[in-house]
Design a protein around this ligand. Sequence first.
Ligand code: ZN
Length: 280
Amino acid sequence: MNNIILDKINRFTRRKLSEDEVYVFSVILCDNDIDRDCERFSDEALEALKERFIGKTGIFDHEAAAANQNARIFDTELITDSSRSTAYGKPYRYLRAMAYMVRTDENKNLIAEIDGGIKKEVSISCAAAKRICSVCGCDKNTASCSHIKGRKYGGQLCHTVLDDITDAYEWSFVAVPAQVNAGVTKKYSEADTVKAQAVQTSSAADEELRRDIRKLAYFSGGRAAADIASLSAANLDTQQLIALRKAFEKQCGKSRAEVQLNTSAAEEETTDMFSMKEEG
Ligand SMILES: [Zn+2]
């Protein structure tokens, strides 16, 4: 590992870490190809995600009661693979991230599995303010058209282009792939890694939990529910936050697909909409 890498990592640490203390690995966060939900990111969206994912923590299993949040992205890179083209005939581009973990007894096994090259899917969650119809160019967040994604028009596959990224929340390794929920989940790609045991630390982790809770509350009850959840999460400790998130996950697991299919709830918020990018 060279010093440039270590310097980049140490921008995010409370004290300077040495080479022996960190484990570095790469993951592919997302790409520009049409996914199984017939959606894709625009080039601008990929550029925005490249910036926004720096410093973001990753979790190793959405369902884990105490999610392991000790991996952090310290660098990102957009790579064009000209040997491959997308379904719509453009060069394939993907966003690769470099992440680190502080080596601990708890994540020893995880690191061994990552080293072993076990392939798992990565999901990201982010907010896209625009969802553009590939046929007519209208923004489906604010307008509607008659084109249906997945159908062909003039020989071209109709899909939704996710654009105008307003936030990036998290990335995660999904150990057990979730069901594909139309309209909810999307981007996934492969990474060299796998599920981990949980270590819950620091107030940063609490902040992540509060954000998760808000997000989940939003999905189950809209803006008002999210505000209430934020208020009640404000004074909880880590264990309580985990329990609350679990409760919301349970509720959300049931209602997420419906909430998203009933687009009115999600699309009222055009500037800060949670277009969940998570996929198993
Ligand atoms: Zn259209």
